[in-house]
Design a protein around this ligand. Sequence first.
Ligand code: SAM
Length: 217
Amino acid sequence: MKFKILTIFPEVISNFLNFSILKKAIDKKIISVEIYDFRNWSENKHRKVDDYSYGGDGGMVLMCQPIISCLKEITEEEDYTILLTPQGKRLEQKKVKTLGTKSGIILICGHYEGFDERIREYVDEEVSTGDYILTGGELPAAIVCDSVSRTINGVINDQSLKNESFDNNLLDFPVYTKPRVFEGKHVPEVLLNGNHAEIKKWREAKRKEKSKKLLNK
Ligand SMILES: C[S@@+](CC[C@H](N)C(=O)[O-])C[C@H]1O[C@@H](n2cnc3c(N)ncnc32)[C@H](O)[C@@H]1O
C-alpha cells in the first residue's frame, strides 16, 4: 500500500510515522508513505497557499491551485483520493477495511477555514474522522494511515487481528496481564485455570456483554 499525504505541515506526519508498528511496516516495505508539502507547488511568488474568503466573514481558505497542481503531478492510475474534512463520511472499521484493499491512497489535509469548495470536484471521496473540528487534517491523515495499515497483511500478526473490536459488530473481550492482583483487583479466575474451552466461552460472553452495553449507550 502506498500512501501519499498532501499537507503544509509535513513534520506533524513524519514524526508520527517514526515509531512503533507503522515504522516497522515502512522498514519492511509493506507500506510506503510519501509526504508532499503542497506549498512547493504554489505559483505565488511568496508560496502562498491560502487567501481570504470571497464574501468575507470567514477565515483563510486553501486555494485550488497549489493543491490541484500537486495532485495532478503525483497521482498514479491506481490512487484513490481522499479529502479530509469534518463534512465527509465518518471513518468506521468497515470503511477502514475497504480502504485497505486499495493499492494507493492520497490523503489531502486541510487547514484554517478549509478548502476552496471546487477542490471537492477532484477527489474520490471526503472522509471525516468524527463529528468534531480539528485545526488541520494531519491527525485525521495519521488516523487513516494507521487504521488502514493494520488491516494489511504482515503489519500486525494474525493473532492480534482476531476478534478485534467492531468485527461482527462486537467489541473485543477484556484482557489482563501481570500481576494477578493489583490494588485488590483480581484477574478473573477463569483466565488462570488453563481450561481453554472455558476461557473461550467466557471471552465470547464478555464480548457480547460489552457490545450490548455500548449499543445501549
Ligand atoms: C478548522 S478545519 C475546517 C472546518 C470547516 N470550516 C468546517 O466547519 O467544516 C481545518 C481542516 O482540518 C481538517 N479537519 C478538521 N476536523 C476534521 C475531522 N473531524 N475529520 C477530518 N478532517 C478534519 C480538514 O482537513 C479541514 O479542512
